[in-house]
Design a protein around this ligand. Structure first.
Ligand SMILES: O=C(O)c1cc(=O)[nH]c(=O)n1[C@@H]1O[C@H](COP(=O)(O)O)[C@@H](O)[C@H]1O
Length: 243
């Protein structure tokens, strides 16, 4: 357990997004990181390049892996894809909550039968989206309302948590309870470029708002010194930076 500003979370709350071009880049970055201090995320770019082998290599190196493939398909396809992810032994997987009730039910059922089921997380509204993106898609809800709708659907289907911006964390904590995992990308250290992200917070803000896990990519991976960048983030969220 790690003490993070008074909240106790199992292991490190930081998940480093290994959004790099190939397995060798991922493994050489991982070799510089300490699995006691962070987990790692394998997403669409790395998985499409390197496949399950890189997940297995990262796990052999001692890392718990969040396999971020954001499944969003018909219920049967999502269920089978999740069984394949569980067979890989990953720690966390995700699906788009917008796949709807029957897809979420099928996802939960698929993992119930697994010996070591990964945490199953529903993506609400991508942190790269803002009010204008939702309006163009025809949604009349605000971002906060839509995130809350998708999170309560996700919770009622029995998933373990959601991906959201930490901006929405307080409302989701109230609605979905203490045990519901809030996984928050869109993290930027002070002065970092938001780039394609729209709902952005700093690491310390995310923790203060009640996030359980902070998904952090470019603030670490695009840094000239990723290890130093990660250590600075860990110091910031443990409160050391303020002391
Ligand atoms: O599911 C995710 O991990 C995810 C959901 C979301 O809403 N926003 C989001 O940025 N992500 C992922 O989190 C990471 C964020 O990367 P950076 O913006 O570089 O920190 C990327 O790997 C995204 O794919």
């Amino acid at each position: 357990m790690t003490e993070v500003l008074g909240r106790r979370v199992p292991g490190s709350p930081v998940i480093v997004a290994l959004d790099v071009a190939d397995a060798s880049a991922a493994l050489s970055l991982a070799a510089r990181l300490d699995p006691q201090l962070c987990r790692v995320k394998v997403g669409k770019e790395l998985f499409t390049r390197a496949g399950p082998a890189v997940v297995e290599q990262l796990q052999r190196a001692g890392f718990e892996v969040f396999l971020d493939l954001k499944f969003h398909d018909i219920p049967t396809t999502v269920a089978q894809a999740l069984r394949a992810a569980a067979d890989l032994g990953v720690w966390m997987v995700n699906v788009h909550a917008a796949g709807g009730r029957r897809m979420l039910d099928a996802a939960v059922e698929a993992l119930t039968a697994c010996r070591r089921p990964p945490l199953l997380i529903g993506v609400t509204v991508l942190t790269s989206m803002d009010a204008s993106d939702l309006a163009e898609l025809g949604y009349t809800e605000t971002v906060a309302e839509r995130v809350l709708r998708l999170a309560t659907l996700t919770a009622s289907a029995g998933l373990d948590g959601v991906v959201c911006s930490a901006q929405e964390a307080p409302a989701l904590r109230r609605a979905c309870g203490e045990a519901f995992a809030l996984v928050t990308p869109g993290i930027r250290t002070a002065g970092d470029d938001a780039a394609d992200q729209r709902r952005v917070v700093t690491p310390a803000e995310a923790v203060a708002l009640g996030a359980d896990y902070l998904v952090i990519g470019r603030s670490v991976t695009a840094s000239a010194d990723p290890v130093m960048a990660l250590n600075a983030i860990l110091a910031e969220i443990s409160g050391d930076a303020a002391r």
